[in-house]
Design a protein around this ligand. Structure first.
Ligand code: ADP
Ligand code: MG
Length: 261
């Protein structure tokens, strides 16, 4: 593990937008927290959807990921509690949108997040997730440099695999230089619709190509998952019995099994 005192870090990444990164970050983090794991979710997307999705108004947040990246605040000082037991959040404030530009001239610009994690001296987490922005930007590079694992969410649609070569190249480059320990640990299929032939075909293709890297449990297209953020809660607190909430609980259990290996 990269950061013994902090916990195992997983970057939820894909440079495409709308492929389920935020939905996965929120619901997987909440599911693990419900399974008695101490979990931290880090919102690294300037859009702040993980922050608002957990019921926290970006406008009322004073300290967040931006301050941590700019070394204006330690991780411990920026973490807030959420309404879900065991689930903590490092929120995204509006100024995160400017971080990309400001970081360019900072020393060790790719390692700001890694250094912030290394300085953490609080109670360790069982899981830390980073909800990445939809770009292979300096923010995402910071996340990948600071992570033990990368989880890629793939929407099962025609263009699912498009852009994956570029993402894999980035991972390879980061492994060669900034973070040799980065583990490509899983691909999670999202918005699966098994009544749709194309969705089934894409799922088959991805599983044939990536084999055991693909999570056995997939996330179905489910309206409860898209509704929950408007209530500011993970889907399991909106409708525990829903297919979406149950699927993320199953993925949480699968993740714990995979990590125990
Ligand atoms: P990203 O973070 O990759 O941009 P999101 O998680 O925000 O993607 O998902 C994009 C949109 O699709 C959101 O409106 C979200 O509510 C919706 N969505 C994500 N996963 C599902 C799902 N399994 N079923 C239905 N809607 C989903
Ligand atoms: Mg997102």
């Amino acid at each position: 593990m990269k950061h013994q005192q902090f916990g195992p870090v997983t970057a939820v990444a894909n440079q495409k937008g709308g492929v389920g990164k935020t939905t996965t970050s929120i619901n997987l983090a909440a599911s693990l927290a419900a399974l008695d794991q101490r979990v931290l979710l880090i919102d690294l997307d300037p859009q702040g959807n993980s922050t608002s999705g957990l019921g926290i108004d970006q406008a009322n947040v004073e300290t967040g990921t931006y301050d941590v990246l700019m070394s204006e605040s330690g991780v411990s000082d920026a973490i807030v509690t959420t309404d879900c037991e065991n689930l903590f959040l490092l929120p995204a404030t509006m100024d995160l949108a400017g971080a990309e530009v400001e970081l360019v001239n900072e020393p060790g610009r790719e390692q700001r997040m890694k250094n912030a994690f290394a300085a953490y001296a609080g109670e360790p987490f069982d899981h830390v997730f980073i909800d990445c922005p939809p770009a292979l930007s300096l923010l995402t590079v910071n996340a990948l440099t600071a992570s033990d694992y990368i989880m890629v969410t793939l929407q099962t649609e025609f263009y699912a695999m498009e852009g994956l070569t570029q993402l894999m190249d980035t991972i390879r480059r980061i492994r060669r230089g900034l973070n040799p320990e980065l583990n490509m640990e899983g691909i999670l299929l999202t918005m699966v619709d098994r009544r749709n032939n194309l969705s089934c075909q894409v799922e088959q293709d991805v599983r044939a190509y990536f084999g055991s890297q693909v999570y056995e449990n997939a996330i179905p297209r489910n309206v409860r998952l898209s509704e929950a953020p408007s209530f500011g809660v993970p889907a399991m607190y909106h409708d525990l019995k829903s297919k979406g909430a149950q699927a993320y609980l199953a993925v949480a259990q699968e993740l714990m099994q995979r990590r125990a290996l």
